[in-house]
Design a protein around this ligand. Structure first.
Ligand SMILES: [Zn+2]
Length: 112
């Protein structure tokens, strides 16, 4: 995992963007923010499980489906299964040790 502090690669309104093996972040202080790091590590695991490129295709497609479902860009983003898993468990610093493979699938159901 490599940290890159940049104002330009992180999308507007976001603090981080993970593209294996890089974590792009807006604020250098997040390098020592355990919750932020844990969230991004969950995404690194998800990306490895899906062999990276399919993760981004799935992420984009699910975002579009969630956009139809919620008609709100922020809610659509927060409800992508990868984000649901990462947000639900980012504060549990043991999560990645306990996590089973493909756990994001538990977060995919539509009616949540
Ligand atoms: Zn995330």
């Amino acid at each position: 995992m490599f940290f890159v502090v940049t104002k330009y690669l992180t999308p507007r309104g976001f603090r981080g963007l993970t593209i294996f093996p890089f974590v792009f972040m807006k604020y250098a202080s997040d390098k020592v923010n355990p919750v932020f790091i844990n969230h991004e590590k969950v995404h690194l695991k998800q990306q490895l499980e899906l062999l990276i490129l399919p993760f981004f295709i799935w992420y984009g497609l699910e975002y579009l489906i969630r956009l139809l479902q919620y008609r709100n860009a922020y809610l659509a983003y927060k409800n992508i299964s990868f984000e649901r898993e990462a947000y639900a468990n980012e504060s549990n610093l043991d999560y990645l040790n306990e996590r089973r493979l493909f756990s994001f699938l538990y977060y995919i159901r539509l009616n949540k």
